[in-house]
Design a protein around this ligand. Structure first.
Ligand code: ZN
Length: 287
């Protein structure tokens, strides 16, 4: 799909725009958003990938940042970025769940090689995951530390996956912070104290579909965190917001997350869209 096609789709084919059938949604659809974390190269989109991107752009989600997983995801990610150079931006890194004893050195060497070959939107996703596998904690820390150094050297934002490991991730970030580190704690989950530690370190919180889940404790935390530290994300195809739970997630659902954040913060959705978009632009900018 060409840039012009995407523009035309966005301008003239936005579902709900100027529609009398769904007036309640019109305001939500008029804004510009950034999905700061989406695995849109996933095989889950193999049958309708281009239509899915067009739906996102129609919904106002004009930029989608693609975090890498490991050696196996690079090719599909680059192909998607090449198809939508104005909308999809690739990152480079090694996901903590792909840090395995037999392969992680080779994986990190490939990341390092890729980082040397071009400019990437960010370093990630990286971090620590103690939900799936605690036995690899030592090598997860090692891989994360290496990526922290690359983020500093290259001046790129660090995109952190922290699952049941906020303490471990915060300690490594704190240790590495010399004024050059910035980034996002993607799919933030944690206490107000942890959120404040993250923002004090110069990091933003990635807010996604979990905010819409009835049992979420995020609303009480986010009420206390200034909007300037929040960015939106889907983590598509995972973690779809209400009412799409149990199905595939996609970037066109970002307005649903923005709408929930607007309720939580008691702020107009226009301000949520404008501020989170500006935050993401600032985070991923070249300096
Ligand atoms: Zn992810």
């Amino acid at each position: 799909m060409t840039e012009l096609n995407v523009f035309l789709l966005r301008t003239f084919a936005a579902p709900g725009r100027n529609s009398h059938k769904n007036p309640g949604n019109t305001d939500v659809l008029m804004h510009t958003y950034i999905d700061t974390h989406a695995h849109l190269y996933s095989a889950k989109f193999s049958t309708d990938r281009h239509e899915m991107i067009a739906r996102a752009v129609s919904a106002g989600v004009v930029k989608m940042y693609l975090p890498n997983i490991d050696a196996e995801s690079v090719q599909a990610m680059l192909e998607l970025e090449a198809s939508f150079p104005d909308n999809c931006m690739a990152m480079m890194g090694l996901h903590p769940c792909s840090v395995q004893p037999d392969t992680y050195e080779k994986e990190l060497a490939l990341v390092e090689k890729n980082l040397g070959e071009r400019v990437w939107a960010g370093i990630g996703e990286t971090g620590i995951d103690l939900y799936w596998d605690k036995s690899t904690l030592d090598i997860q820390k090692l891989a994360f530390s290496r990526q922290i150094e690359w983020a500093k050297d290259l001046g790129r934002p660090l995109v952190i996956h922290s699952r049941e490991s906020n303490r471990e991730c915060l300690d490594l970030v704190k240790n590495g912070q010399d004024g050059r580190l910035r980034g996002i704690f993607h799919c933030f989950s944690g206490t107000l104290e942890e959120a404040r530690e993250m923002t004090d370190l110069g990091f933003m919180l990635g807010i996604g579909g979990t905010l819409t889940y009835p049992k979420s404790e995020l609303p009480s935390v986010l009420r206390e965190i200034p909007l300037d530290y929040l960015v939106l994300e889907t983590d598509a195809p995972y973690l779809p917001p209400v009412p799409h739970r149990g199905k595939r997630n996609e970037s066109s659902y970002i307005p649903l997350i923005a709408s929930m954040l607007s309720e939580v913060k008691v702020l107009p959705i226009s301000l949520i869209a404008k501020t989170t978009t500006a935050n993401a632009e600032r985070m991923f900018s070249a300096t």
